[in-house]
Every structure is written in structure tokens, then in C-alpha cells.
Design a protein around this ligand. Structure first.
Ligand SMILES: C[S@@+](CC[C@H](N)C(=O)[O-])C[C@H]1O[C@@H](n2cnc3c(N)ncnc32)[C@H](O)[C@@H]1O
Length: 418
């Protein structure tokens, strides 16, 4: 064993899971920024809980932890502040009999196909859905065809089927928009690509649905049906759970600072608007998320946090203040988690140590110190290298050309016990 940054690297066990398929079964239903890879969730749930236990992911995002919880026969609750995440997580975690999907799909496909053909033969026209700047982000024919699909989706009454088709629609919206799909932030395709971009919306939607029906059939065959999974729209600073009701927490909190790291709101914006989700929430997801806005500061019990904030403050008072908002919020979540967990239960955080103005923020160590103050016991911290990732490996924090700074290339798995 080697010692790094005061924490042990457990060399005996490989936590990188390099080369493994991270999109098996329903995990590949929908892209989502900073997804937790299923192999990590699987190992943590297997190790720290038993069948029938209740697993909580208070930042469930697209629901990867919850999928693994179901596959391992654990009950689960997922909470997220982003309404699109709730739809995706419900679609991924609910086993639906593929025969049921197929019979609904045959009808839906026929009706949508008929209207799109009529539109293409100019037998009628369609008023596209009202979405801000629609013509900048969607070509006119694309917007009309998406409007037809959305119309028929609204007629799907069964909520499980609705979440399934809505997830397929959301992926389609991303693929047919004028967005660069290799980015989680909102950038338009460059002009030369945009000119050639004439996607066949109906065909892409059909392929997306049929591919996911196959994946669902496999998931349905493997997933235990006698366990519950609740996915709730909410804020983990106020958990709607009874004290002591949770056996295990497995989660990856947001990095904080949506401007320079991951912006879940930006990522979800167009799909959410096309699905008719609450515009007020959709356009403010990043502001209402952890670290997104001004909070009342508490004196947080972490020496490491104080020295880090002082160092950032010497470079930028504003960035120091924002970093503190994030940890103030995170501390509130930790308090809630400590209440919700039963004594003897475990809490596993998968976190990245980001840099702010070139100062490394040791989020893993800060979580340990904040947690210990609340009565958690630190069991271990495991360091893992991320084999590939979508966020740039380097960024220029002050936007000075030629100056680069490493972004997050490794993660820590912090394990606390209640
Ligand atoms: C790192 S992502 C989780 C990704 C997830 N593990 C997955 O595999 O898809 C963090 C999530 O925290 C959510 N979030 C941010 N602030 C929150 C809050 N106050 N309460 C609940 N969820 C929040 C974001 O919307 C985002 O989905």
C-alpha cells in the first residue's frame, strides 16, 4: 500500500473498472453528466447492505445507484432537484413487461408515423411548440415533427409507460437538436455541420424506442419485482424520510459551481422544455442546486475547509464565497443523512476534488471532518482513477489563453458509518 494525500490507495482492489461496460441493461437509457458507474454502486451496495434493506441516493441523477439496488434486491429511494432526472431515473428503475410496452408502442408508432407522413406530404401543417429561441436550436421541420411526437406522448396514460417513452423522446430531442451532443453544456453545432444537419426525427425516435425496449426486456428478466423504488423530486437539504429508516446511503453529490464544472440545468434544459416540465424549475435548476446561491453561512466544523477557503480568498473573494455556499449546503445534507440513517448504517460518497482558482479543494477530507463533527465514524477513503471522462481534462480557470489547469481526473470514495 502507498500513502497519498494522507489517504490509503487500496491497490489490491481495482476500483477503476477500466474497459467495463457501464451502459448495460437500462444504464444506457440516457446520457447524464457525471453518472456514477454501476460497478461502483454494485460493489458498495453488496458490501454495505443486505437484501431487503433500504438504500438512499439523495442526489440520484439518472438513477444508476437505484438500478443496482433493485438488481441486488434492495429497496431504494432516490431524490433529485432536477425534474428531468426524475423521469429518466423512473424509466430506468421500473421493470415493465416488454409485451406491455410493445402493444402500446405499435399503436403509438402508427399514429405518430401517419401524422409525420402527412406533414411531410404537406397534407397539413403544425404549429411548433413554444420554446424560447426554438429556431436557433431546432430546424423548422425538426421542431414540427417533435411537436407531433410530444402530442401523442401526452396521450400515454400509464405513468410507467409514459416515463419510458418520455426518456426515449428526451434522447431524441438531444440528437436532433442543433446542439453539440458531445458536450454537456449548451453549444450550437458549427456552421458547416449545421448546414448538413437534417435529421430524420421519426426514424431516430423509432430506433431509440426499439433499442430501449430490447434493454428493458433484459432488465425485466433479471430485476426482482418484490422490491420498491421511489424516485422523488426534492431537495436533499430537507429529506422527506423518517429518522433511522435508511440502511445505506450511496451517492455522488454535485461538484458545486455549475459555471466551471457540470451544469445539470443546462444539460437538461431542452429535453425538459419539450416534455413540458415546469419552466420555472427547469430554467433555475443550477441556481437551486447545491452551492447554486446565497445561503446563511454557518461556522462549518472543518479545519481543512477553512484553510482552503482562505487560500481561494487570496485569489478571488467571490469564488471563495461560492465555495463556501456549496459546503454550507453539503453540511446541511450531511446533517439530514445522519438523521435518516439507522445506527450502524453506512454512508458512501463518491466525490471529485475540484480546483477553484488553481487551489485544490479536498472535498473528500472536508466531508470526513464535517461528518465526524456530526457523529459519523470515518471507515476509509478509497482513491480511484477515472479511466475516461467527458469533462475536459484541463481548463483555463481565468480564461487566459495558453494557461491550463488540471480538472478532476480521479475520485475518492468516502465511507462513513453512522
Ligand atoms: C453527480 S450527479 C448524480 C449522478 C448520478 N449518480 C447518476 O448516476 O446519474 C448530482 C445530482 O445532484 C442533483 N442535485 C443538486 N443539488 C441537489 C439538491 N439540493 N437536492 C437533490 N439533488 C440535487 C443534480 O441535479 C444532479 O442530478
Amino acid at each position: 500500500m502507498k500513502k497519498t494525500d494522507e489517504f490509503m490507495i487500496l491497490n489490491e482492489e481495482d476500483w477503476s473498472f477500466a474497459g467495463e461496460d457501464t451502459k448495460y441493461l437500462t444504464h444506457g437509457f440516457h446520457p447524464y453528466p457525471a453518472r456514477m458507474i454501476p460497478q461502483i454502486a454494485n460493489r458498495l451496495i453488496t458490501r454495505y447492505s443486505k437484501p431487503g434493506d433500504l438504500v438512499l441516493d439523495p442526489f440520484c441523477g439518472s438513477g444508476g445507484v437505484l438500478v443496482e439496488a433493485r438488481l441486488l434486491g434492495r429497496n431504494s429511494v432516490g431524490i433529485d432537484i432536477n425534474p428531468l432526472a426524475i423521469i429518466i431515473a423512473r424509466a430506468k428503475t421500473t421493470p415493465i413487461n416488454p409485451k406491455l410496452i410493445l402493444s402500446s408502442w405499435r399503436e403509438l408508432k402508427e399514429k405518430i408515423g401517419e401524422d409525420i407522413r402527412s406533414l411531410r406530404f404537406r397534407e397539413f401543417d403544425v404549429e411548433p411548440l413554444r420554446i424560447p429561441n426554438i429556431s436557433y436550436w431546432f430546424k423548422p421541420q425538426v421542431a414540427k415533427e417533435l411537436t407531433i411526437i410530444r402530442h401523442f406522448l401526452d396521450g400515454v396514460e400509464d405513468s410507467d409507460l409514459y416515463h419510458f417513452f418520455a426518456t426515449c423522446f428526451s434522447v431524441t430531442v438531444r440528437e436532433v437538436s442543433n446542439l453539440r451532443t458531445d458536450e454537456f453544456k449548451i453549444y450550437r453545432l458549427p456552421p458547416e455541420k449545421l448546414e448538413k444537419h437534417n435529421p430524420n426525427v421519426f426514424q431516430i425516435f423509432v430506433e431509440n424506442v426499439e433499442e430501449r425496449i430490447r434493454r428493458m426486456a433484459e432488465f425485466y428478466g433479471l430485476a426482482p419485482k418484490d422490491v420498491a423504488c421511489d424516485v422523488l423530486l426534492g431537495d436533499s437539504r430537507k429529506l422527506p424520510l423518517k429518522n433511522g429508516s435508511v440502511d445505506l446511503v450511496v451517492t455522488s453529490p454535485p461538484y458545486g459551481d455549475s459555471r466551471t464544472t457540470v451544469a445539470y440545468g443546462q444539460f437538461s434544459k431542452f429535453s425538459s422544455l419539450w416534455l413540458g416540465l415546469d419552466e420555472n424549475i427547469v430554467t433555475n435548476v443550477d441556481k437551486i442546486s447545491l452551492g447554486g446561491g446565497l445561503r446563511k453561512f454557518k461556522n462549518l466544523p472543518s479545519e481543512t475547509l477553512h484553510t482552503t477557503i482562505e487560500e481561494i480568498s487570496r485569489r478571488s473573494k467571490e469564488r471563495a464565497r461560492e465555495t463556501l455556499w456549496y459546503f454550507t449546503d453539503l453540511f446541511e445534507c450531511l446533517e439530514q443523512l445522519h438523521g435518516a440513517l439507522r445506527r450502524g448504517g453506512y454512508c458512501c460518497f463518491v466525490v471529485g476534488n475540484r480546483t477553484v482558482r488553481r487551489v485544490q479543494v479536498p472535498t473528500d477530507k472536508i466531508i470526513v471532518e464535517l461528518g465526524e463533527n456530526l457523529g459519523f465514524k470515518h471507515i476509509t477513503t478509497i482513491y480511484r482513477r477515472i479511466p475516461s471522462k467527458r469533462m475536459p481534462w484541463e481548463n483555463a480557470p481565468e480564461n487566459i489563453p495558453g494557461e491550463r489547469c488540471k480538472t478532476i481526473s480521479g475520485e475518492s470514495i468516502v465511507i462513513l458509518a453512522c
